[in-house]
Write a protein that binds this ligand. Structure first.
Ligand SMILES: Nc1ncnc2c1ncn2[C@@H]1O[C@H](COP(=O)(O)OP(=O)(O)OP(=O)(O)O)[C@@H](O)[C@H]1O
Length: 244
């Protein structure tokens, strides 16, 4: 597969700490892959650099041959990259629909009120929040806030979706729904990179996984093989999350 997202020799230093240390991997268009690793291994920092939230200290990131490194976050978003955050970010004082409309507005500049609301409605249906648009965002349960955050990301019509522990904290039935939703988005052609500690979800969704440890790439390959790799098992067992 030719690289759609190409991460080459990527590094990030915070003062004396090297959080990401010469990491390289690439994703093919339409691929869904996991970025794994114990706590503090640098996964979120990689997502932050891809989405332009943090400048890189070294290396390059390209999407469909276009260099993203050095672009501000809003330009990267317009180039087709959307993400969710580990700690859900919503605008609590607005309604659910208004939260989505804000994201649509960011993409389009100025949709007509009717078109914007129709699109918001369709996005809410897609993430399982059909008919919930009038509710206050702050009143949503945790999973519903996550759904709404995903709808906001989808409002950008991304080519690449970065999910930072989007499935964390869901109960088993919610997890099933979440996995199906991610699989559906991928089937629609969205390339997905997910940082995830829920290994059942990783196994179900991601044929391929990249594993980081202490800022470096430890493994990159078929998920089943990677999760059996003794070095990966050791890295996880030495940390809070065992590979279970
Ligand atoms: N803005 C920042 N300033 C200073 N240090 C940071 C910053 N962001 C992350 N770090 C440090 O960089 C290292 C990697 O953090 P990062 O959040 O990328 O890890 P992670 O693999 O996503 O962990 P987790 O699974 O717990 O989310 C950690 O030591 C963290 O404390």
């Amino acid at each position: 597969m030719t690289a759609f997202l190409d991460i080459a020799d990527l590094s990030k230093r915070f003062g004396g700490l090297t959080a990401v240390n010469h990491v390289s991997f690439s994703l093919g268009r339409g691929e869904v892959a996991a970025l794994l690793g114990p706590n503090g291994s640098g996964k979120t920092t990689v997502l932050n650099m891809i989405s332009g939230l943090l400048p890189v200290s070294g290396g390059t990131i390209t999407l469909a041959g276009r260099r993203l490194t050095g672009l501000p976050a809003h330009r990267i978003a317009h180039a087709g990259v959307a993400r969710t955050f580990q700690l859900v970010r919503v605008m609590p004082s607005l309604s659910v629909t208004e939260n989505i409309l804000a994201a649509i507005l960011f993409r389009t500049g100025a949709p007509s009120e009717r078109e914007g609301r129709e699109e918001a409605q369709a996005l809410l249906a897609e993430v399982g929040l059909d008919g919930r648009g009038a509710e206050a965002a702050a009143s949503l349960t945790y999973i519903d806030q996550k759904r709404m955050e995903l709808a906001r990301a989808l409002a950008a019509r991304p080519q690449l979706l970065l999910l930072d522990e989007w499935l964390a904290g869901l109960n088993p039935s919610e997890l099933r729904i979440g996995i199906d939703l991610i699989a559906r988005l991928n089937a629609r052609g969205i390339t997905i990179l997910l940082v995830e500690h829920v290994m059942d979800a990783v196994r179900a969704l991601c044929p391929r996984s990249v594993v980081m440890n202490a800022g470096k790439t430890l493994a990159d390959g078929a998920t089943a093989d990677v999760l059996r790799d003794p070095e990966v098992v050791r890295a996880y067992l030495g940390a809070a999350h065992a590979v279970s």
